[in-house]
Write a new protein. Structure first.
Length: 220
């Protein structure tokens, strides 16, 4: 797998709370140079990035990183992000709802945000490190029915990141129109190739360029 092939699947990401505009500019310049699938930036940076780097596909996060925002707030976040220039939204589900068995509420929330997202891409972060196998399978079904475009393993801020076992489980249980995104815990070039070969269409990481150009991992 060539570097160019891998870059086409990378959401070049910087979501740290202390991210500066200078760091975001560097992220965007790298994304343009290496032709990554997108840049994933904090919501407050979507409009500045759109104004400065209109050539990029801009991804941002909704209900991030804990997911327990009320649905109305998540919907407003989605509307604002799209208005500011985002083309892709990565939303965190309400994991408390999952633990309470309130799966109807989880599905309704995803469906509502997908309705707002429209033809733009919606990725649903389920945060696998907190879930049982049964919950993961149920969420594959919910994400499929809701019309979302991707199921995503992790925020990168939980107790663990992506695992190959979860990607393979998702691949078995999602519908044909749903793709898989892995995030968190990608530390080597071999990890990048392994996740893509296992069935991921996207990988969210800040490390891909460093890993593929010899700089070493820099973290999520």
């Amino acid at each position: 797998m060539t570097n160019e092939e891998i870059f086409r699947h990378i959401d070049h990401t910087l979501l740290k709370a202390v991210s500066s505009w200078a760091e975001i500019e560097k992220l965007c310049a790298e994304a343009i140079r290496f032709k990554t699938a997108s840049v994933c930036v904090p919501p407050s940076y979507v409009k500045p990035v759109s104004n400065a780097y209109g050539i990029l596909s801009i991804c941002t996060v909704i209900g991030f990183p804990l997911g327990y925002n009320v649905s109305a707030a998540k919907q407003r976040e989605a509307e604002a992000a799209l208005a500011d220039g985002a083309a892709e939204l990565d939303m965190v589900i309400n994991i408390g709802d999952v633990k309470n068995g309130a799966f109807t509420q989880v599905e309704e929330e995803i469906s509502a945000i997908k309705k707002i997202t429209g033809k733009n891409i919606l990725k649903v972060i389920v945060e696998t490190c907190y879930l049982t196998k049964e919950e993961k399978i149920r969420l594959c079904q919910i994400v499929t029915r809701s019309g979302a475009d991707y199921i995503k393993t992790s925020t990168g801020f939980g107790t663990a990141g992506a695992a190959i076992e979860d990607v393979l489980l998702f691949k078995e249980h999602i519908g044909p129109g749903v793709k898989i995104k892995a995030a968190g815990g990608v530390k080597t070039r071999e990890d990048l190739e392994k996740f893509l070969s296992a069935g991921c269409d996207r990988i969210g990481t800040s490390s891909a360029i460093a890993l593929l150009t010899g700089g070493g991992a820099t973290g999520y």
